[in-house]
Design a protein around this ligand. Structure first.
Ligand SMILES: Nc1ncnc2c1ncn2[C@@H]1O[C@H](COP(=O)(O)OP(=O)(O)OP(=O)(O)O)[C@@H](O)[C@H]1O
Ligand SMILES: [Mg+2]
Length: 226
């Protein structure tokens, strides 16, 4: 079933956080999800060891570069969704994962520097499409955006305008900067089990995460799965 890969040659833009939000929100609807943790620091494997991991999420720490294609292939045959979290640099492993993907998501924070780095990611995705003779659908995801549009910086608005001008598709729902999203890693489990004693603005984080998931699933349904 669909393979969704998080990609960015820049570190720290929110790939792993976005991957976990997406996977836990998909699993909350009852679908099974395999997450492939291709980050050498294994943040998702660490999350999986904490209490609260839903039974319908399986995390595979992917170590060997030679194994990633086989691992993704086996995962997509048994799970409803596969989410691949890549390390923050270009690699043969990243290229292999892209060749196996139905959708690449490229997280971007709202600075000019991020936008320049993201342009490299778009090129990598287009190259993967050329290599497999089938375009690889992709979209940018704005991460750590101020929750209120009113607080969006000039830089952030410029990044969005540039993406639009360049014809880069964007997931309509930006992921806001939320303690609840960081809390997924420090507390473990999912947003559904978190409590207001754990983090602030939990309801807003839940609404944001679910809207983001719905956007990604709509994009897949629109024919991104080819
Ligand atoms: N939406 C968000 N709200 C709050 N904090 C966030 C959000 N997204 C990411 N962060 C924080 O930003 C930092 C980097 O995020 P993350 O680890 O997800 O990025 P990454 O792209 O996977 O990094 P790397 O390239 O190192 O793998 C982390 O401290 C994470 O908690
Ligand atoms: Mg990461």
């Amino acid at each position: 079933m669909p393979v969704i890969t998080m990609l960015s040659p820049k570190g720290g833009v929110g790939k792993t956080t976005t991957a976990l939000i997406l996977a836990t929100e998909i699993a909350a609807q009852g679908s099974s999800v395999v997450m492939i943790d291709a980050d050498p620091n294994f943040p998702l494997a660490r999350w999986a060891k904490k209490d609260g991991k839903p039974d319908n999420i399986e995390v595979i720490p992917e170590i060997d570069e030679d194994e990633i294609i086989g691992t993704i292939d086996a995962a997509r045959k048994r799970a409803d969704f596969v989410v691949v979290d890549l390390e923050g640099k270009a690699s043969a492993r990243a290229t292999s994962a892209l060749l196996m993907s139905n959708l690449a998501l490229i997280p971007i924070q709202g600075s000019e520097l991020d936008a320049v780095e993201a342009a490299r990611a778009f090129k990598v995705v287009r190259n993967a499409g050329t290599a497999r003779q089938r375009p690889l659908p992709f979209a940018a995801v704005l991460t750590r955006a101020p929750a209120s549009l009113r607080l969006w910086t000039r830089d952030l608005k410029a990044v969005v305008a540039n993406l639009q001008e360049a014809g880069i598709p964007m997931i309509p729902t930006a992921l806001a900067e939320r303690g609840a999203f960081r809390g997924l890693f420090s507390i473990g489990g999912t947003l559904a089990e978190m409590t207001n004693a754990d983090v602030g603005s939990l309801d807003s984080a839940r609404i944001n995460a679910a809207a983001f998931r719905d956007d990604v699933l709509a994009l897949l349904e629109e024919g991104a799965v080819v």
